[in-house]
Design a protein. Structure first.
Lengths: 349, 309
């Protein structure tokens, strides 16, 4: 029995909360049975203090680890997002905090033909550019997925338009689309296809197609490389089996490649639509919304009204009006993904 | 959503080099196609697309080194080539404008914002993936949603916020606001990397008495170096690329970043501005292209990682 007491001394911390009373009781009984013992009960390891307990608490630690990121996102993202919606209900100007005016800004925008023109432009810009980006990007990904010499270098080169800052490549396009010295006009003239220079950015529809082209040019590499990453996960044995079964190239694409690629297509196209819809840089460099507001997107119109004109409230209303469109885009792709999962028989998590 | 897509994205190494999921370096089924057929279905369309993708850069570089009189005279000189290259435009850029200062501003802002974002993201990603505190999944989802909030709907209220905080027209306006774009992206990227590190390593360290901080700095971070490099260079590229915040929050010429300065300061009525404009665009793109040349695989992994969610 004598051995029992030191054992308890050495491992007092072994007693977890629920059994500590029992432990103390057994120790007490042990001491009672041996009244002569004069061992001083002194734990070798201290009881964990409240501070020590807190130091290994997941929630407490998690709070501190999240603090820097949360501070940035709350101060410079969540707060401005709320403030923007609030500003859209006020008549704030630059340098003057506004009064609450209800939905006056929205009523004003509802009757504003320029606003509706910008909505039309944005939808046209986004839909045409996204469709072409997807088609060309998928085609390019399929080409790049084939066996060829210098494969790695070619794939690396394809991504360059994505790396170079948009504004700087847009300036190159500005020069290419110049009304007098455009190299495209010059080449077409030399080939005898046109008689006079094309006014790329001065004519309503020419300007629209020109900015859409520049946007497609800039977006194709991203779509192509991400879809290529998806293509690489498709097992070659599926293609071999289909070939042996006599499938045509179109059938192989339609029934093997496309279904396996659908989840990644949904994600890539969500991002693509999102960034095209909110585009600002390209338009600002190439046309600043002109000619006659023909290429104004909602983002550029918002900038012009809020920062250029100083009407923060009205600009915020235009920016806020973009949110429903963005939500729709996100939800569509989200449910697209969910449907795929359900078809594959996976559980939703 | 996360798990559905994650395993479907290939390793960046195979994206660039491999031909398929099984990187066996064989030709696969391509031997079934004859050379003429490959010429028409593969090489011809590929070279057309590559030509269109690269032509603006060729044109940019050519314009930057052409003498002025050749720039605007398309009849006497062949516009596609020049035999008398000149560095005059670069000289004008470096010695007659604030260009070096703008480059420095851009670099300073990009490095500052990137470091702040990476530090915050490492901590956040580790906490979400490994501490798994109460509600970590929800926070992860919220951060993904933050990724979807575009700068175009934030810049108007942010400009008044920046003004309230007294940061207007200083580099710190950008250093503090860029992380809102970078943190969601790099947190998601790093979460993917941290998930691949075996849990057992951490358990061993915990048993040996390591604190969470020691585990993070001595075990997790050294193993996640490729992810850190990807996040770093991609954030740096995004910062260099950013335009709308820099346009809105900076007004003094000497404070501007390269993209804003080129658009605003070079565009005067001068008909001969094209040479220096293109030289400026070229010099502004060059740092990123050089960085890209060295870290191609990391860029690709960052891009596919971003889509992985």
């Amino acid at each position: 029995m004598a051995g029992l007491v030191p054992a308890i001394q050495i491992f007092p911390h072994r007693c977890c909360k629920k059994t500590r009373h029992a432990c103390d009781k057994s120790r007490h009984d042990a001491l009672k049975d041996h009244p002569m013992t004069d061992v001083v009960w002194k734990p070798l390891l201290r009881e964990p203090t409240a501070w020590n307990r807190l130091r290994v608490n997941r929630d407490w630690l998690g709070l501190w680890f999240m603090l820097p990121a949360a501070a940035f996102l709350l101060l410079f993202l969540a707060y401005p997002l709320g403030l923007g919606i609030w500003l859209s209900f006020t008549d704030a100007r630059i340098g003057r905090s506004g009064n609450f005016v209800g939905i006056e800004n929205y009523v004003w925008l509802w009757d504003d033909s320029v606003f509706w023109l910008s909505v039309f432009n944005t939808v046209l810009y986004t839909s045409v550019a996204s469709v072409f980006k997807f088609a060309i990007g998928l085609y390019l990904a399929l080409l790049l997925n084939q066996h060829m010499p210098f494969k790695a270098i070619i794939r690396a080169i394809v991504l360059i338009p994505f790396i170079v800052p948009t504004v700087l490549s847009a300036i190159a396009f500005w020069w290419i689309f110049d009304s007098q010295f455009s190299i495209v006009s010059w080449s077409l003239r030399k080939l005898g296809l046109i008689a006079t220079n094309i006014d790329f950015l001065g004519d309503t529809w020419n300007a629209r197609w020109s900015v859409i082209f520049a946007n497609i040019w800039r977006g194709v590499p991203f779509v192509a490389i991400t879809l290529l990453a998806g293509l690489q996960t498709v097992s070659p044995s599926l293609y071999e089996a289909a070939t042996i079964d006599g499938a045509s190239r179109w059938q192989i694409f339609r029934h093997i490649t496309y279904p396996l690629l659908t989840p990644i297509i949904a994600v890539v196209m969500t991002f693509s639509v999102l960034f095209t819809f909110t585009d600002f840089q390209l338009i600002w460099v190439l046309t600043r919304g002109g000619p006659a507001n023909a290429t104004h997107l909602m983002a550029t119109l918002g900038y012009q009204r809020a920062i250029g004109g100083g009407y923060l409230g009205e600009g915020s209303a235009i920016a806020t009006a973009m949110i429903p469109f963005l939500l729709a885009a996100i939800l569509i792709s989200w449910f697209g993904l969910q449907r795929r999962k359900w078809q594959q028989g996976e559980s939703n998590d | 959503m996360t798990d559905a897509v994650a395993p479907k994205v290939a390793d960046p190494r195979t994206v660039l080099h491999g031909s398929s999921a099984v990187a066996d370096h064989t030709e696969g089924m391509s031997y079934l196609q004859t050379l003429p057929r490959r010429l028409v279905t593969l090489y011809l369309p590929l070279s057309i697309i590559l030509l269109v993708l690269l032509f603006p850069f060729y044109w940019m570089a050519l314009t930057a080194i052409k003498p002025d009189e050749q720039l605007l005279d398309l009849e006497r000189f062949n516009p596609f080539w020049t035999w008398t290259p000149t560095l005059k435009h670069f000289q004008k850029l470096l010695f007659e404008t604030h260009y070096p200062l703008w480059l420095w501003n851009t670099m300073f802002v990009a490095v500052g914002a990137t470091i702040l974002s990476i530090v915050s993201s490492v901590l956040a990603a580790y906490a979400i993936v490994r501490l798994r505190y109460k509600g970590a999944q929800w926070v992860g989802g919220a951060i993904f949603l933050a990724y979807l909030v575009p700068p175009s709907i934030l810049f108007i209220p942010l400009s008044s916020v920046v003004f309230q905080y007294g940061l207007f027209d200083t580099p710190f306006a950008l250093i503090m606001t860029y992380p809102t774009i970078l943190i969601p992206f790099s947190t998601w990227l790093l979460m993917g990397y941290f998930k691949t590190i075996p849990f057992e390593l951490e358990e061993c360290a915990l048993i040996d008495g390591a604190s969470r901080w020691q585990i993070l700095t001595k075990i997790v971070l050294p193993l996640a170096v490729p992810g850190l490099i990807s996040a770093f260079i991609f954030c740096f590229t995004l910062c260099w690329n950013e335009f709308i915040y820099a346009l809105t929050f900076l007004s003094t010429t000497s404070q501007k970043t390269v993209p804003v300065a080129i658009v605003n300061e070079f565009v005067d009525g001068d008909i001969y501005r094209w040479g220096s404009l293109m030289a400026g665009a070229l010099a502004g793109s060059l740092p990123l292209v050089v960085l890209y040349a060295f870290f191609v695989e990391h860029y690709v992994s960052a891009m596919t990682g971003a889509v992985k969610e």
